[in-house]
Structures are given as structure tokens and as C-alpha cells.
Design a protein around this ligand. Structure first.
Ligand code: C2E
Ligand code: MG
Ligand code: MG
Length: 725
């Protein structure tokens, strides 16, 4: 049977028939035909046998005792173990209904009795062939199914791991790339493309899609990193670069990568990730920016200025004729604006000023804010030093335009100190210091000035600062002494008064006269303290002289605006007089014309207040300052002191003489006494006597002297100055 088509050697056939003769006949014939033949005589037995022996085909009689062939077939088909076995019915019934019943019961074929053996053999062979084919097909299917299953499992596992990786990558927000070096093919993950603004379908798997988008400043670095790693010189690739997004702006990325190598250690594949670090970069950038810029105006701050300045100084050292200039600017009266309108307005003003300053210079020049109302401009690479003054006046002009803030119209001027490298500089600090020094000088020169630094100024400034410190110290340590200069009555020739004149016993420079320190004391607001100290000591000394018998002796004390504007001045003076048991009339306060005019209304008020207390007041240096004639009638005056400039010209300048005569006349008409100061010679004295000047003071009568000298002087004959009369 092995040679026939489709059947396999020793196919097993189960023949079921209740008729023994048929069974025997078929058994013999099929056995001869090479089959293994099983037989059974009823349906029940056949069912068990089929399940047990698994025949390849069943030949089933229809009409049997017990269950018939149809029922047997039905049960075979219901049984899992037997349902695939083909069943051929044998029956004498030839009608169509039984055929149908057979097929419905699950049979594959039908042969009529009496059996034509050749026919049945052919049919059996056909069905066996079909069955075997089916079986092998099933086997193949099974294998295929198994293979498919296995593959599915692998794919699932793979997918799972890929998904896991993709998920991780997506979680880390990284894009992935995988570059096959052998085929020069590169895979970009959807996220990688998405980071650059492209969809999954866009961008070719070509390396150029990546490299050509890298910022030109960063490309070299990336290529180097890749080369080094491929050459095995680095453990991995790690590099930050800017890459062009579809929206045409650059994004910062961190790229990491690792090569895969063959057995000979040659890299054939290289893969990695790309992380968007733009946020981190811009945070870093902001930090860096904030560290180097002023928050209010956004201008570079001191740190950035100094860094830039150092570079400029270096360039100046290396380049012949390289010129730069530093402007140190300080707004005039900014404090006043801040105090009057409040800090928000002050801040806005600074912001406006910063814009205007930037408008006045080239983009390559740096405008910086040092803090408060201090700005610095660094003019770099100037072709002609004369431009500097031009820039300065441009700034003043631009700032002079009124600034509208909060319904206020503000006017700003600025004091500018300028340092240029015409004097070579080594250090940034020195440039700033010199510009600052010049600014300080500009401030002193008045509003809206600019001054170019020269080294003498610097020395002055250093000295000045030192001197101020010493002066403060002097007030604290009471390093002052009062000198006294006699004033005599020309008619009676008696000393009627002494003028208290301050001296400073300077620790290094010896005795200093007031012109060397009072101006500074006024500027740094120490003058009121000093004057009060003089007032106190000269009253104390007067009390002592009174006690010694000079009971009519008056004391003249010079007054500054600072003292005049002390709120409790009248009270303070009355206190001092009371403590020394002196009447108010002992004191004669001298106020120079210029002092009076510094704040006329307030001074008039203060002096009237003192006058009401019975204190005498004289105008000092009369005629030397701006005329105060208009105020004469408003003041409780007792005298006028003719300025020594006129007195010294007696006998030399007729006009001065005329002025003196007029002053004396004016004073007398106003019922004031007249004192001439600076009398140095007898000619002057004679002139004054002739024109009925009341009192005189000057070196001829007596120089300013110490307490001890004055005490001796008082005790001596008071007519010495008359010698030679
Ligand atoms: P002053 O009040 O006009 O004082 C007269 C100045 O002329 C004094 O200078 C005095 O030494 C000087 N003098 C007097 N006689 C002659 C003379 O014959 N020839 C010349 N060439 N000069 C003479 P001093 O002591 O240097 O004081 C200068 C100024 O300083 C004073 O001018 C006064 O305005 C001010 N001063 C002095 N002491 C004080 C003080 O305690 N407080 C205030 N606020 N100012 C004072
Ligand atoms: Mg005086
Ligand atoms: Mg005077």
C-alpha cells in the first residue's frame, strides 16, 4: 500500500457489520489488500473500538441490532477522539433519504450492498488519501501555528521591551537616534523629530538631517566628540549644542551616545539620546544675566562694567593710540526727587535716564548703572579725544528735556566726571576712581557740569577727604581755641568789645585760621556745632573777665547760617548767658552780608527772635557782599562793620574812602554804630576818626590773641594804639 497514492503503510480499517459472513469476507479481502483490519458486530462495540484503536477509516453497516449505523456514526462524530475518522456506510437501502441521513449523521460516503469490493476499495483509498492529506495539513498547520505563536511571543516580548524603552525615553523626554555606520542610515525616534518641530513622517533617515541643523558654533564640538568616541578615546559622547527648530529658532540640546563595537573593536553602530535643555540653559542664562545686570534698568552692573573695562585697558595696552573715556555720572538732586515724589517715581526716573543715556552713545559703548543715581559710560575706541566733550554736552542736552512722570514734569541735570586713558591705566579700579574724583569736582562746580580728571585733583581729593575726617575728629575732641581781637571806642579810647575768632590746633599742621577749615565745616554741616562751641567758651571767658572787673566788656561772636538755623538758638544762647550770669547785651552777634543772604527769610526770622531777647546784632563785612540795604530796616541791628577791603584802601583809593564816608553816614542816620575792621596804620585811623567812625578793630590796635595774651592786654594801659598821636 505504500506505493499507492495518499495511503500510508498499514492503514487500519474498522469494519462494522452484524452479519458474520460479510465480516469474514471483508476481513479477508482487506487484509489481502494490505490493510490492518478490525471488526465489530454492533454499534456500541464499534464506538469503543474506534476510540481505542483509532482506525484510519470505518466501514459501517446501517442496519444493525442495538444502535443502528446512523446513530453509531453520530456518536463517533460527537466524540472528540473519533470525530475525525471518516465513516463510509454500507447498506442495501438505496433510496435517497437514507443517503441523506447518512451524510447528515456525518458519513463521508456510501456503498451499496452487495458490496462491489473494487469499488469500495477505490472509495476507501480516496478517503484515506484525503484524510492523510488532511492530517499532514493539520500537522503542518499545527507547526505553523506553533511557530506563529512563538514568534508572536517573541514579538510581544520585544514590543514590550521596546515600549518600555520608548516609555522611559518619553518619560525622560528624550529623543533617540540610532546610527548604523555600515549603511550610513540613521533612525530618529518620533520624539527626536518632534523636539525639532517635525512630525514622524518628516525628516529622512540621513545624518545630514541632524548635522546640518547644528549651530555653526557648536558643530565642531559635536563632530570632535563623535570622532574621539569612535576612536575609543572616550567612554561615551556627551555634548551640548544648539539645533535649528522648524520654527527657525535654535534650541539647546544635550546629546549622549554610545558606540556598539564588533569583535575587532570597530564601532559599527552608534546610538543615543537627545535631551532638550533649553529651559535649563535659559535659567542659567537668566542667572548669568542677573549677576551682571542691574534689575531696575537692565543695564550692565558694576561687575560687568569692570570686566569690560579690564578688557578695554588690555586692548589699550596692546594697540597704539587706542583711546577710551569713562564718564562717571551722578544725577543732581536725585535725593530731593526721591524724597518729594516717592521711590516709585524715583525708579521710573532712573529707568528713563538710562534709556536716554543709551540714546546718546554708540551701541558699542557701554552704559552701566553702579547703583543709586550713579551711572557710568565707557566710550570705547574713540578716534578723536575731542569727541568726549561732544558726548558730554549731548547727554546734558538730552537729559534737559523734561521728564513727565505721574503728572509731574521733572527736570534732570547730571554732574559728569571724565577719565581718559591719555594717562595710561593699569587697573580698572583706577579709571573708575579718577572718573569719580572728577565727578566730585563737577558736583562742587554746580549743577550740570562736566570735568575731565587730572591727577592734581586726585591728590586734592585725597587730602580733602582726610582733612574732613580730621575736622570731625577735632569737633569731637574739641581741638579748637578761641582767639580774641580788641575793638576800641575811638571817642573814649577804651576797649569796649573783643571779637571771638576761632583757631584750630591741628595735630599736624599747628594753629589753623578759620579760612582753612570753616568752609569745609559748613559743607559737611559741622559749622553749627563749632559756632555753638565758640559761643559757649567766649561767654565763659567773658564772664571770667567780668569777674576780673571789666564789667562793660562785650564779646562779638561770628554766626554762620548753620547756627542761625538751629531751631532752639534763642533758647540755647539765653541758657549760655544765664549759666554765666551775663546780660544779653554783653553779646554782639556778627552776621556777614553773605551769610544773611543765604536764606534771607529764615535768617531774618531767627535774628529778629534773638533781637527780641536783647542780643545785639551787627552786619559783618558790610559792603563786601551783595547789598543788603533792603534788609537793614527789617533787622534789629546795633551796628555795621565796614569791610576791611575798604579800610585798607584809605589813602589810596578815593572811591573806597567815599564808600566808607557813606557807610558811616548811612549807619548814623539809621542810629547804628559803625565799626571799621582791618585798621593797620595810623593814616587809616586818622581818616576814620575824622569821619566819626565809632569803633575800630585791626592789627594797629591789637592782633587776634590767645585768652592769656588778651588777659594781659586788658590789664595794660589801653591807650597804646594812640602812641605817636
Ligand atoms: P571777620 O569776622 O571779618 O574777622 C576779621 C578777620 O580779619 C579775622 O580773620 C582777623 O584776624 C582779621 N583781621 C583783623 N584785623 C586785621 C588787620 O588789621 N589786617 C588784616 N589783614 N586782617 C585783620 P580770621 O581770624 O582769620 O577770621 C576770618 C573770618 O572767619 C572772620 O572774619 C569770620 O568771618 C570767620 N570766623 C572767625 N571765627 C569764627 C567763628 O567762630 N565762627 C564763624 N562762623 N566764623 C568765624
Ligand atoms: Mg567778624
Ligand atoms: Mg569782617
Amino acid at each position: 500500500m505504500s506505493d499507492n497514492d495518499g495511503t500510508k503503510p498499514q492503514d487500519t480499517i474498522l469494519v462494522v457489520d452484524d452479519t458474520s459472513t460479510n465480516l469474514t469476507l471483508l476481513f479477508n479481502r482487506f487484509t489481502q489488500a494490505g490493510f490492518k483490519v478490525l471488526v465489530s458486530q454492533d454499534g456500541e462495540t464499534a464506538l469503543r473500538q474506534a476510540a481505542y484503536a483509532q482506525p484510519d477509516i470505518i466501514l459501517l453497516d446501517v442496519m444493525m441490532p442495538g444502535i443502528d449505523g446512523f446513530e453509531t456514526c453520530r456518536r463517533l462524530k460527537e466524540n472528540e477522539e473519533t470525530y475525525t475518522i471518516p465513516v463510509i456506510f454500507m447498506t442495501a437501502l438505496a433510496d435517497i433519504d437514507s443517503k441523506m441521513a447518512g451524510f447528515e449523521a456525518g458519513g463521508v460516503d456510501y456503498v451499496a450492498k452487495p458490496i462491489d469490493f473494487q469499488e469500495i476499495l477505490a472509495r476507501i483509498k480516496t478517503h484515506l488519501m484525503i484524510r492523510n492529506l488532511q492530517k499532514s495539513l493539520e500537522a503542518q498547520n499545527l507547526q505553523l501555528e506553533q511557530e506563529i505563536n512563538e514568534r508572536k511571543q517573541i514579538e510581544a516580548a520585544l514590543r514590550q521591551s521596546e515600549e518600555r524603552y520608548a516609555l522611559a525615553a518619553r518619560g525622560a523626554n528624550d529623543g533617540l537616534w540610532d546610527w548604523d555606520l555600515r549603511n550610513d542610515y540613521i533612525y530618529f525616534s518620533p520624539r527626536w523629530k518632534n523636539m525639532l518641530g517635525y512630525s514622524e513622517a518628516e525628516l529622512q533617515p540621513k545624518i545630514s538631517e541632524w548635522f546640518e541643523r547644528i549651530h555653526s558654533d557648536d558643530a565642531e564640538q559635536l563632530h570632535q566628540q563623535i570622532e574621539l568616541h569612535l576612536a575609543g578615546k572616550t567612554a561615551n559622547i556627551q555634548c551640548e549644542y544648539r539645533i535649528l527648530h522648524k520654527n527657525q529658532s535654535y534650541y539647546w540640546m544635550l546629546c549622549r551616545g554610545l558606540a556598539v563595537r564588533d569583535s575587532e573593536d570597530n564601532a559599527y553602530r552608534i546610538a543615543g539620546s537627545q535631551t532638550d535643555i533649553s529651559g535649563q540653559k535659559s535659567a542659567e542664562e537668566k542667572l548669568r544675566h542677573d549677576a551682571l545686570h542691574d534689575t531696575l534698568t537692565g543695564l550692565p552692573n558694576r561687575a560687568m562694567l569692570m570686566h569690560h573695562l579690564e578688557n578695554v585697558i588690555q586692548r589699550a595696552k596692546e594697540t597704539p593710540n587706542y583711546l577710551f573715556a569713562m564718564f562717571f555720572l551722578d544725577l543732581d538732586n536725585f535725593k530731593l526727587i526721591n524724597d518729594t515724589f516717592g521711590h516709585p517715581v524715583g525708579d521710573e526716573l532712573l529707568a528713563t535716564v538710562s534709556h536716554r543715556l543709551q540714546e546718546c552713545v554708540r551701541p558699542s559703548d557701554m552704559v552701566a548703572r553702579l547703583g543709586g543715581d550713579e551711572f557710568v559710560i565707557l566710550l570705547d575706541n574713540i578716534h578723536d579725544i575731542s569727541h568726549v566733550a561732544g558726548v558730554s554736552s549731548r547727554i546734558q542736552k538730552r537729559l534737559a528735556d523734561p521728564i513727565e512722570l505721574n503728572n509731574h514734569q521733572l527736570f534732570v541735570t547730571v554732574s559728569i566726571g571724565i577719565a581718559t586713558n591719555q594717562k595710561p591705566y593699569q587697573q580698572a579700579e583706577d579709571v573708575l576712581r579718577d572718573a569719580d574724583t572728577a565727578m566730585y569736582q563737577a558736583k562742587a562746580a554746580g549743577r550740570g557740569q562736566h570735568i575731565v580728571f587730572d591727577s592734581a585733583q586726585h591728590v586734592n581729593l585725597v587730602n580733602r577727604i582726610r582733612f574732613e575726617g580730621q575736622l570731625r575728629q577735632a569737633v569731637e575732641n574739641e581741638e579748637f581755641v578761641v582767639f580774641y581781637q580788641p575793638i576800641i571806642n575811638l571817642e573814649t579810647q577804651e576797649i569796649i568789645r573783643v571779637e571771638a575768632l576761632i583757631r584750630w590746633q591741628h595735630p599736624e599742621r599747628g594753629l589753623l585760621t578759620p579760612d582753612t577749615f570753616l568752609g569745609i565745616a559748613e559743607e559737611i554741616e559741622l559749622i553749627a556745632d563749632i559756632d555753638q562751641w565758640v559761643l559757649k567758651y567766649s561767654c565763659l571767658q567773658s564772664a571770667l573777665w567780668h569777674a576780673q572787673g571789666y564789667t562793660q566788656l562785650q564779646v562779638a561772636v561770628n554766626m554762620s547760617v548753620g547756627l542761625l538755623q538751629q531751631p532752639q538758638l534763642r533758647h540755647t544762647i539765653i541758657d549760655i548767658l544765664d549759666q554765666n550770669k551775663l546780660p544779653a547785651t554783653v553779646l554782639n552777634l556778627e552776621v556777614s552780608e553773605n551769610t544773611l543772604l543765604k536764606d534771607v527769610d529764615a535768617n531774618l526770622k531767627s535774628l529778629n527772635n534773638l533781637g527780641e531777647a536783647g542780643i545785639h546784632i551787627s552786619i559783618d563785612d558790610f559792603g563786601a557782599g551783595y547789598s543788603s540795604l533792603v534788609h537793614l530796616k527789617k533787622l534789629p541791628l546795633s551796628g555795621l562793620k565796614i569791610d576791611q577791603l575798604f579800610v585798607q584802601n584809605i589813602g589810596e583809593n578815593e572811591k573806597d574812602e567815599a564808600i566808607i564816608i557813606s557807610i558811616i553816614d548811612l549807619a548814623h542816620r539809621l542810629k547804628l554804630t559803625v565799626i571799621a575792621e582791618g585798621v593797620e596804620n595810623k593814616g587809616q585811623l586818622a581818616f576814620l576818626r575824622k569821619h566819626k567812625c565809632n569803633y575800630v578793630q585791626g592789627y594797629l590796635i591789637g592782633k587776634p590773641m590767645s585768652t592769656e595774651e588778651m588777659t594781659v592786654y586788658l590789664a595794660q594801659k589801653p591807650y597804646r594804639y594812640m602812641a605817636g598821636k
